[in-house]
Design a protein around this ligand. Structure first.
Ligand SMILES: Nc1nc2c(ncn2[C@@H]2O[C@H](COP(=O)(O)OP(=O)(O)OP(=O)(O)O)[C@@H](O)[C@H]2O)c(=O)[nH]1
Ligand SMILES: [Mg+2]
Length: 337
């Protein structure tokens, strides 16, 4: 996935189909003079249905779909034949899609399960044909119900990526590089800040054909929660990850300090983020010799309250341990406290 293709926000206007009208037909046959009412019911208007598709990772396919309309129900007709239902329209979305009412911004629904479906606009009911209205006193009703109108809704779809692990770090910490070595993703990597402008996702193949998904998001700086740097827009993509991997380069002037800055930004954005499992990766460890590493370790054992490990994506050090640790964190039995 290239970055331009990562679309996590679309607005659209959806309208369901109108129900078909009931028929007011009176039966007429050659030797039957007063055949009575035989008008059939109108068909239901088509629904607009959102459904999750696990093969989709973004909302790109909906970027240019401003209007989505379902089909109208057909009218009922003679011989009590019911009109055909209008065509339902299915809109596939990735898991983790949040549906909001564009006007009120209220959340209508979040789609997070496999094969989840939600009717966002119900088709109008078809009208009843006159055959329903025959009574003892009115043997030939000449009226039938019209179909009900469909509904129109303006909705905003917003994606909150459903990855297992979210990478959190300052720009240039080596997040994208890690993604590129432990997954098949090919994110842009460069020695300047804010190389990554949109999230990247990668799937880690773990041991016996197990997999987990990692989300690499743009770098976070102090003040991100107030909009500095790329702001907090992308933090929503780590809201649903069960584990956060903080990444801090070994050559940072103060590793613990960087961790606390990141921690504070997440807390300002959404304190619930901090309830997640956390692990710190000290990156670019190929730059440390054994002595420096031992020194840093001593310091970190005192100053960090979260488990950490040393890695180097470039020299492929510590990556197996990292995957093992992440896998164990993701698969630990639920605690009941
Ligand atoms: N020596 C060394 N350099 C690394 C390592 N990992 C990444 N780098 C370098 O660090 C720089 C930044 O790497 P990126 O992966 O683009 O960093 P990022 O965290 O994704 O940065 P942003 O996208 O800007 O937030 C690049 O020049 C990488 O080559 C490593 O393990 N060792
Ligand atoms: Mg990057």
């Amino acid at each position: 996935m290239t970055e331009g293709n990562f679309v996590d926000y679309v607005k659209m206007h959806v309208s369901s189909g109108k129900g078909g009208g009931g028929s007011a037909h009176l039966r007429r046959e050659k030797f039957v003079t007063k055949g009575g009412p035989d008008g059939g019911d109108g068909g239901r208007g088509g629904h607009i249905i959102l459904r999750t598709n696990p093969n989709l990772w973004t909302l790109l396919h909906l970027k240019f779909k401003r209007h989505i309309r379902a089909g109208h129900g057909s009218n009922g007709s003679k011989q009590t034949s019911t009109g055909a239902d209008g065509e339902d329209i299915y809109v596939d979305v990735p898991l983790g899609t949040v549906i909001r009412d564009t006007e009120t911004q209220e959340i209508i629904r979040e789609l997070t399960e496999l094969d989840e479906e939600f009717i966002i606009a119900k088709g109008g009911l078809g009208g009843l044909g006159n055959a329903h209205f025959k009574t003892a006193t009115n043997q030939t009703p000449r009226y039938a119900q019209p179909g009900m109108d469909g509904v129109e809704v303006n909705v905003t779809l917003e994606l909150k990526v459903l990855a297992d692990v979210g990478l959190v770090g300052f720009p240039n910490a080596g997040k994208s590089t890690l993604l590129s070595v432990i997954t098949a993703a090919k994110p842009k990597i460069a020695n300047y800040e804010f190389t990554t402008l949109k999230p990247n996702l990668g799937i880690v193949q773990y041991r016996d054909f197990q997999t987990f998904v990692i989300a690499d998001i743009p770098g976070i700086i102090e003040g991100a929660a107030e909009g500095k740097g790329l702001g907090h827009r992308f933090l929503r993509h780590i809201e649903r990850n069960s584990t956060l991997l903080f990444m801090i380069p070994a050559d940072a002037p103060d590793v613990a300090e960087q961790y606390h800055v990141l921690f504070n930004e997440l807390e300002k954005y959404n304190p619930e983020l901090l309830d997640k499992d956390k692990l710190i990766a000290i990156t670019k460890c190929d730059m440390l010799d054994a002595e420096l590493k031992a020194e840093l370790k001593k310091e970190l054992d005192k100053s960090l309250e979260v488990p950490y490990l040393f890695i180097s994506s470039v020299a492929q050090q510590g990556l197996v341990e990292l995957k093992d640790k992440l896998w164990a964190m993701l698969n630990k039995p639920e605690s009941n406290d």
